[in-house]
Ligand binder design. Structure first.
Ligand code: SAH
Length: 346
């Protein structure tokens, strides 16, 4: 017996078929419902016009659709859009649309708050309240896909898991969401256009490789020296540089795909040649590239963007070693939509 009263999107196609059989309906109806729920991202049962009125009423009685609602939308003067997204239980997460000439990228959240406490990140100052369900992650992408067409007249091209939360600590739901996003029964997007960014949970990086995922991996490194990294990212106490290297080697051996390292250079913290040298050495473990990202201040504190000369020094040392390095300007800063600024302020 299928448990009713719950969100119908927690059910698989087979379970919906079973439900239809139980209520004496033809099982092919399940396929229609499933298509409405995912491919057409219906927000309520009334939209399912190829079902009879009585079937729709029955579904309404037995299930809910806990669709997210974009509660509040802000637009940056660089075109970036930030959504405050309300969940069925009243909790709020943020997601961001980032337009560039060639791409439109959705930056989505995987948890409400975050259980990590990286000192430089505003989300890390919130407590982790709960994991997002797969459909709540999926819905963020659907909402941004609609905004992409509406405001830019262009399709969504890329997805990054760089919003609130640590995706590898909500492993199952994140993978399920990506499965639906890439499925022909869902949004049919290519996994090559999806990047999951992790703080670096070695065991889970290996699990991704074992599970044969087809999307890209980014690691928030910020330092390749244990004492330095541990001083602002407590995860490094249990997942040290050598552990990460080993996990990334495993990832590369299994997938053959390059890893991207995200790296902020801070004044007086990691802006001298010994730090760049350690990064070069780290990059030599597996084929990789480096995004040097601009620091987005999150209030008073010891973190300050390094001087341009320090960035030049990093880029030239990396390039000399044959490693691609790009300096990334941040987007949506004026509306607190940039990396590390998502903290439900509005
Ligand atoms: N938990 C995941 C994804 C969320 S953070 C992770 O750690 O990768 C997305 C990216 O923003 C990470 O690379 C993170 O290190 C970076 N970031 C966090 N705070 C930042 C800040 N204040 N300025 C610039 N980048 C920041």
């Amino acid at each position: 017996m299928i448990s009713v009263g719950s969100d119908i999107r927690q059910l698989s196609l087979e379970e919906i078929q079973e439900y239809f059989t139980e209520i004496g309906e033809r099982p092919f109806r399940a396929k229609q419902v499933y298509e409405w729920l995912w491919k057409k991202s219906a927000k309520d049962f009334d939209q399912m016009t190829n079902l009879s009125l009585s079937t729709r009423e029955r579904l309404k009685k037995d299930f809910t659709i806990n669709h997210i609602a974009v509660d509040h939308m802000q637009r940056s003067n660089d075109g970036t859009i930030k959504n405050a997204v309300k969940l069925y239980d009243g909790k709020v997460v943020e997601s961001v649309l980032i337009p560039t000439e060639k791409r439109i990228t959705a930056c989505v959240s995987s948890q409400v708050g975050c259980s990590l406490d990286c000192d430089f990140c505003a989300t890390g100052q919130l407590k982790r309240m709960r994991n997002l369900n797969a459909d709540e992650i999926y819905d963020q992408v659907v909402a941004i896909r609609e905004q992409s067409e509406q405001y830019f007249g262009r399709p969504l091209t890329n997805i990054v898991f760089m919003g609130m939360g640590e995706p590898l600590l909500n492993y199952q739901n994140v993978l399920e969401a990506i499965d639906k996003i890439t499925s022909p029964d869902g949004l049919n997007m290519s996994p090559k256009r999806i990047t999951l960014s992790t703080v670096g949970v070695a065991k889970m990086i290996k699990k991704l490789a074992d599970d044969g995922v087809k999307f890209n991996l980014a690691l928030s490194l910020h330092s390749a020296i244990d004492e330095v990294r541990s001083s602002f990212m407590s995860i490094n106490n249990t997942n040290q540089i050598e552990d990460l290297k080993e996990a990334l080697r495993y990832w590369y051996d299994m997938t053959g795909r390059k890893v991207t390292y995200e790296y902020v250079v801070w004044k007086g913290i990691n802006d001298s040649p010994e730090h760049a040298k350690a990064l070069v050495k780290f990059c030599q473990a597996v084929p990789s590239k480096v995004n040097l990202i601009e620091y987005n201040p999150i209030g008073e504190g010891r973190f300050m963007q390094a001087d341009p000369e320090a960035l030049d020094m990093y880029v030239s040392m990396l390039e000399k070693a044959g490693i691609t390095a790009k300096v990334r300007r941040s987007r949506g800063k004026d509306i607190d939509a940039a990396c590390g600024q998502l903290a439900n302020k509005s």
